[in-house]
Design a protein around this ligand. Sequence first.
Ligand SMILES: [Zn+2]
Ligand SMILES: [Zn+2]
Length: 278
Amino acid sequence: MKLSIGEYTIKGYSRGGEGTWFKITPPKILLDAGKVDVSMVGVDKLVISHTHLDHVLALPLVISWNFLRLSKVVSIFCRDTAVKPLLEYLNASSVLDGRSFKYELCPLREGEVFTIGDNWGIKIYKHSHHYTSIATVLVKKKKHLKKKYSHLSGRDLAHLKSKGVEVEETIFTDEIIYFGDCGYDVFSKKWRSKIVFIDATFLDSEKDRARLYNHLTVEEVVYALNEKIIECETVILHHLSWRYKVDQVIQSLKRYISSPTYDIYLWADRPYCLSEFF
Ligand SMILES: [Zn+2]
Ligand SMILES: [Zn+2]
């Protein structure tokens, strides 16, 4: 089942310890590949949030499908510390499969925009869930009138353009933040984008387990939204432990949220729209 939010179409699955993946179109990219799904075929850009198996298990198949069926070489974006374990995993998978894999591993530098295609880019930020963990920001390239020309009329701007003056500059806007699995340290800075995917593995009744395994609780995410540590139009809670039912999350959220200023979904086997409960 897919979800449409504005211009974006999202497919995916997410259960903590079982498997997490999301496909975002545009820009047609996979965020993790923790569970096999045929809709991954044809996607040749992929971000690995960290190397826990419930986020990388399907990676060899994604690479193999794309190359064997479509001659596409998958680009894998990750943190520098993820390169060695990914190489070892993919080399072993290649031996098991009996064929060589063609792919490109692209470690990114924190905070720098890496351009993908004509209109998109990726930024990463490190955090401490695992030594290979990142938060991923999908950014959109836009043309923007330079500030020094903002007072000019359309006619004046056209005149400058006709003389070859570049009146616009390229800016990047943060569209989607995907935290993957994350611990409480992600709240040490503020985040703002249209859509935010965030770890909501536990409920507060198991906060000690959340700290132990470096995850968040549903209630902690709500706190971050209420305190405007996270500002967004849509929040998607994901990675819910398989031991919880969706109803338990709704009951817990009802105690903390009233009249939210954002749309809220819980994504497990499919997206559940929770906004209607408030
Ligand atoms: Zn996980
Ligand atoms: Zn993890």
